[in-house]
Design a protein around this ligand. Structure first.
Ligand SMILES: [Zn+2]
Ligand SMILES: [Zn+2]
Length: 639
């Protein structure tokens, strides 16, 4: 195959949402003589998988090396076309003639660069649609000094000229204008071709809007097309445009996004847009020296934010944009797939959990300790994991160095943190960073939805193993009763059955017992038959149930307590002493229980745990449903 005439270079950072549509639209272009190169700067989502599948080449640049110019130069250095089309990943060509029309003017040897039309998409902000309309009109144009303009969200350049003058790698933005200016000053022309049109989609929050205009203003000042004196004119200009926005809204029906935007909504949105644009621009024009600091540069260039549920105090939870945590040595960054709702999460939210009532735990915290996900980044000194591994994480994370930890008495460690409960943010977030030593890789093909049950299963296993230690003949089948048919009780019953024991589950709620129908596990709705069971597991935490258990269990009974809090009241333990009974308590789990849980989980039917799955944004509803006990588990699907 000969060399393609054109190379399309696409720069990406977390573009899984838009990239597939762009690549599909490229494949439908009437002009066929091209190759595609994706230059990725450390995407954490599926961008690279998509590019590997659909593009001709995928190149990586380190995010701390990134500038727009640098990543374009990397892409063009690896290209073979004599024309280079440059397109932003969050765009969509309007029709199949886009690429052909974009490169056509380059056949004239005096043309250095072409840029095409950009239009707002359905989800674009109203003001931005107007700004694009103003900048990218319907008529073709040849740009002349001092009107230096071009835009690399939709442009094409000649490779021979690029070899002589590559993009400026030190710029935070506007590398396109710098390049256009360089060649215009050398008597080449830059052409605006409105027929090469695409939709340019920004789905930004206000902080991102501010940041983008800040970046552009810093760059504009750097290349000398704007100075600090423009800072004064900016608010006036934006205020004028705001009035035009409103006029346009009132006069043009098709601008109202097919009638979906109401007047007052539009007033609010346009005002905030103009205000944020002004603030970003003014700050950028006044800021000097920012370009020399590589850390600040990375901060400005990348929008490393994600969504998370943050609890700020008792009864105070919000879905927020947070910075994606950075990995420290020993840490891994996980993109959370599923997070199961646990009663503990709700207690953290309500402030009723012991740690919060006593004041040993502090808000704010991101809850969640029952989750599964994939590793997306690995800090130094983590050797047992790779990017892409499906994983689960231990909740109780002891310090590992204190005296108690040395004796493997993890619960006695008073420096321990509990994921999503005390001291460390948990899984109600798109990304979570945790110490690698508490992360367990799952076997290939392990179902991530099922995997979020590893943590509660590990808790069940730890308790049951402690109970098993009290047995003389471990393997001999025993008669066991589990009091409480919630998720933990249900898992305990399944494990005991798997171990070959005869199990009866007791719960007042017949709907919960229904989940056990046909499993071979027996059910009962009251505690009247306890005298038959030498082994009992209490999971409800209910003091009345515990009282009955202590009294009605037979002589020699072994009682495992997994419920909390068994609220303070008087118990008589005379019965325990007089009848040789044994009480075992257990909380949480450790590494070996996770390993065992990962091994056993595939053998357990968990279909009744996955009846209710909600998106992260519906966390409040998920908590309400979990409280209502309508489902065995409520699960949040995060990514
Ligand atoms: Zn839990
Ligand atoms: Zn410790």
């Amino acid at each position: 195959m000969g060399q393609p005439e054109t190379t399309v270079v696409i720069r990406t950072f977390n573009e899984e949402k838009f990239l597939p549509a762009l690549l599909a639209a490229l494949a439908k272009q009437a002009y066929r003589d091209y190759e595609t190169i994706v230059v990725d700067s450390g995407s954490l989502d599926k961008t690279c998988d998509i590019a590997r599948r659909e593009a001709d080449k995928l190149l990586h640049v380190q995010s701390h090396d990134f500038t727009f110019g640098y990543s374009l130069n990397v892409g063009i250095r690896n290209s073979s076309g004599k024309f280079i089309a440059i397109v932003s990943a969050h765009t969509l060509p309007v029709d199949e003639h886009w690429l052909g029309r974009l490169v056509e003017p380059l056949r004239d040897p005096s043309t250095a660069m072409v840029y095409g039309r950009q239009m707002g998409g359905r989800s674009s902000k109203f003001s931005e649609i107007q700004d694009m309309r103003r900048t990218f009109g319907p008529r073709p144009r040849i740009m002349r000094p001092p009107r230096f303009f071009a835009n690399n969200a939709n442009s094409a350049i000649r490779r021979d000229l690029w070899l002589e003058h590559p993009f400026d790698e030190s710029l935070l933005g506007l590398e396109d204008i710098e390049w256009a200016k360089y060649w215009m000053e050398r008597n080449y022309q830059v052409v605006y071709e409105p027929e090469a049109a695409l939709y340019h989609i920004h789905e930004e929050n206000w902080r991102q809007v501010r940041r983008r205009y800040y970046r552009e203003a810093v760059a504009a000042r750097w290349i000398g097309i704007k100075g600090s004196k423009h800072a004064v004119a900016t608010p006036l200009q934006e205020a004028t445009r705001l009035v035009f926005d409103w006029g346009r809204f009132l006069c043009s029906a098709d601008d109202r996004r097919a009638g979906s935007l109401r007047f007052w909504q539009m007033v609010g949105e346009t005002t905030r847009f103009r205000a944020n644009k002004s603030i970003g621009t003014i700050k950028g024009l006044l800021d000097g020296g920012i370009m020399e600091n590589p850390n600040a540069r990375e901060e400005i260039l990348f929008d490393r934010t994600c969504r998370a549920v943050v609890i700020h105090g008792a009864g105070e939870a919000r879905l927020e944009e947070i910075d994606i945590p950075r990995v420290k040595p020993g840490d891994v960054l996980i993109r959370v797939a599923y997070e199961a709702v646990c009663a503990t999460d709700i207690e953290v939210y309500e402030g009723t959990l012991g740690y919060y009532r006593q004041g040993t735990a502090k808000y704010p915290i991101i809850p969640g300790h029952e989750f599964s996900g994939r590793v997306v980044d690995i800090g130094p000194n983590v050797n047992h994991l790779k990017v892409g591994h499906a994983v689960v994480v231990e909740c109780i994370q002891s310090c590992g160095t204190c005296e108690a930890c040395q004796r493997e008495n993890w619960i006695a460690c008073n420096q321990r943190v509990e994921l999503g409960v005390i001291g460390r943010n948990g899984g109600y977030a798109e990304y979570v960073a945790v110490p690698g030593k508490y992360v367990h890789a799952l076997p290939a093909e392990f179902d991530l939805l099922k995997a979020c049950l590893c943590e509660p299963l590990a808790v069940a296993l730890k308790g049951l193993k402690r109970l098993r230690r009290t047995w003389r003949e471990r393997k001999a089948p025993k008669k066991c009763a589990v009091v409480g048919a919630g998720s933990l009780g249900h898992l305990c019953a399944r494990v005991l059955q798997l171990w070959g024991h005869q199990v009866t589950v007791i719960d007042r709620n017949p709907k919960r017992l229904d989940y056990l129908r046909g499993s071979g596990i027996e059910v009962a709705e009251n505690l009247s038959g306890l005298a038959d069971f030498e082994n009992l597991v209490e999971v409800t935490g209910n003091p009345e149930a515990l009282d009955v258990l202590l009294h009605d269990s037979p002589a020699g009974a072994k009682i495992l307590l997994l419920g909390l809090p068994y609220a303070r009241r008087q118990y008589t333990f005379e019965n325990i002493v007089a009848y040789d009974k044994m009480i075992v308590g257990s909380v949480g789990s450790a590494a070996k229980h996770f390993d065992l849980a990962i091994e056993l989980l595939p053998q357990i039917d968990t279909s009744c745990f996955t009846e209710k799955i909600l998106p992260l944004s519906d966390y409040a509803q998920a908590w309400q449903l979990a409280r209502s006990q309508k489902y065995l588990k409520v699960i949040l699907e995060i990514s």
